[in-house]
Design a protein around this ligand. Structure first.
Ligand code: SF4
Length: 211
């Protein structure tokens, strides 16, 4: 009886040991599996980065103005879309895509002056998420001609006061440099094509998209 018991106990112990070893092996195989996945993921990411050509991540933003500069940009794009779509990743451009994001932008091109707290906040968000900010057109650079109400006489200012309050507008319309650091400007109303291409080419080179 006692011998039977001892044998039974030893069998149970061996079973337990097998279970522990099999669990260990299972962990080990999981470990190898995860490791292989990691190596595969790493090399596939590197390969994809090599195969996919680097692009300049661009955002186009409009504030107070008639959007004439952005429309002009569209005309330029129309003539160069084959070249530009190969070099530029449009992260934010309401005129080109429905889903736009304000994150991880290399160069933000900003049109229009700033006339409300809401615009101030949006502009700061753009600055915080962009490596470079370029003011395009005279509204963004100097406020003019969107800032005409700054020069109204007192009587006219009083007449429009209720509108400013209703739409939470600032007392003055100001250039974007009053709120954020501006790295470059493209003058003109609308912006001058040659100057825009010059600035864009400068950043394509700076961000190693072209030589
Ligand atoms: S600079 Fe001229 S074209 Fe550009 S948004 Fe202002 S008014 Fe329009």
């Amino acid at each position: 009886m006692s011998s039977f018991c001892n044998t039974h106990i030893r069998q149970e112990e061996r079973k337990e040991n097998y279970l522990i070893v099999s669990l260990f092996l299972s962990d080990l195989s999981n470990f190898y599996f995860v490791f292989i996945l990691f190596v595969f993921d790493f090399y596939s990411t590197v390969t994809v980065n090599i195969i996919m050509k680097k692009k300049l991540k661009v955002g186009i933003f409009s504030f107070t103005g008639d959007e004439g500069c952005v429309i002009y940009f569209l005309e330029m794009l129309n003539e160069r879309y084959k070249e530009w779509f190969e070099l530029i990743d449009f992260k934010h451009a309401r005129i080109l895509k429905r889903k736009s994001i304000v994150k991880d932008i290399d160069v933000a091109f900003v049109e229009g002056a700033i006339s409300s707290k809401k615009e101030e906040e949006k502009l700061r968000e753009v600055r915080n998420n962009s490596k470079r900010v370029v003011a395009i057109g005279s509204c963004a650079i100097s406020g003019n001609p969107s800032n005409q109400r700054n020069f109204f006489n007192m009587e006219t200012k009083q007449e429009i006061d209720f509108l400013l309050k209703r739409f939470n507008m600032n007392e003055k319309v100001l250039p974007i440099s009053e709120f954020v650091k501006v790295d470059d400007v493209v003058p003109g109303c609308p912006m001058i094509e040659e100057n825009f291409v010059e600035v864009l080419t400068k950043y394509l080179k700076e961000f190693n998209v072209v030589k």
